[in-house]
Design a protein around this ligand. Structure first.
Ligand SMILES: [Zn+2]
Length: 329
């Protein structure tokens, strides 16, 4: 089994790798995962060892990643016998390879709900438990009482407030259509399986309030603001027309939106990387539905043309990324 969460010593709470990424890039919060201690989320296991028994992270600080971020055992990580996280991948020989796992693999933990309110954290003033802890060589046998889960985290493990988490579930499991049909997702009042909550941009007229996604045709860089043009078009019939016509789709990111974003630096790095990138990129967003608008033509300002467009309102629910598995599907 994979780590769905890890215990973060300084925050005294269990975090998903997506929470960790969000904290790393949040300019309003002092947090650097490279300096934090993450431990086994199994309370019984964790309490059996000292604070030096830690987990590693993969893709915790990389703004642009392709492979699924996760926590992992490092060669020195120990678990008590029977801990469900004891060995995440064991070769056929039964021997563990350096106690470490490979870094590929898809996201297995599907949050059942994306919370639209951000999670709040309280940093512990100091870590008295660490100082007082005595190094124990032998793992303690977990008692029944210590198996009781932390009561404060009703949102974990199956709710998240980080958009990148459900997006990674969708992207890394894209081949497994049956799984995406089976796994439920709730955002606000709307519930649907992952497979239908994620809607290709060309079908945005089917339903409002979904997560729309599509391949990016071009990112217009206006230096302080950006426009994402999608490759696919929306087919739409105007009331006074005989048949459907294709319309371009785009989303707009204003300067004000970007300037006020708590993860501004990481966002600019992400979007500037995307502007220069040769790779095929995809855009995912939630919270707005592009609608048909008339905009003046550049060549002939007296004329207007129709385009499906929306202004992104919350960058927490917007992602531009590589997603190789989605190509040509
Ligand atoms: Zn453990």
């Amino acid at each position: 089994m994979k780590f769905d969460l890890a215990y973060c010593l300084s925050l005294d709470d269990k975090l998903s790798i997506y929470d960790v990424r969000d904290l790393n890039f949040d300019e309003t919060m002092e947090f650097d995962s490279a300096k934090e201690h993450f431990q086994c989320p199994n309370d019984a296991c964790r309490s059996a060892f000292d604070a030096a028994n830690v987990l590693g992270t993969f893709n915790a600080k990389n703004v642009n990643y392709v492979r699924t971020p996760h926590f992992k055992n490092i060669p020195s990580t120990r678990h008590v016998e029977g801990c469900p996280y004891v060995s995440l991948k064991t070769p056929a020989s039964g021997l563990e390879v350096d106690g470490a796992e490979s870094d590929d693999g898809r996201e297995e933990h599907f949050p059942s709900e994306l919370l639209l309110t951000r999670r709040e954290y309280v940093r512990q003033p100091s870590s008295p438990t660490v100082a007082a802890d005595v190094v124990r060589d032998e793992p303690r046998v977990p008692s029944a009482a210590s198996n009781v889960e932390h009561p404060s985290r009703e949102s974990a493990p199956d709710k998240t407030s980080v958009f990148a988490h459900p997006v990674e579930c969708f992207v890394s499991n894209f081949e497994d259509k049956e799984l995406l049909k089976r796994m439920p997702l709730k955002i606000g009042e709307h519930s649907a399986p992952y497979g239908s909550f994620f809607k290709k941009i060309e079908y945005l007229q089917d339903n409002k309030g979904l997560i729309y996604w599509g391949k990016i045709k071009e990112i217009k860089d206006y230096t302080q603001s950006f426009r994402i043009d999608f490759e696919q078009k929306v087919w739409f019939k105007q009331p006074d027309e005989a048949k459907k016509k294709p319309y371009s789709v785009n989303v707009y990111l204003s300067k004000k939106l970007i300037d006020n974003y708590r993860k501004r630096k990481a966002f600019l790095e992400e979007i500037k990387h995307a502007v220069d990138s040769e790779a095929e990129l995809y855009c995912f967003f939630y919270g707005v539905t592009p609608e048909l608008k008339q905009v003046p033509s550049k060549k002939n300002p007296e004329q207007t043309f129709g385009v499906f467009s929306a202004n992104i309102e919350n960058l927490d629910h917007f992602i531009v990324r590589e997603a190789p598995g989605l190509a040509d599907k």
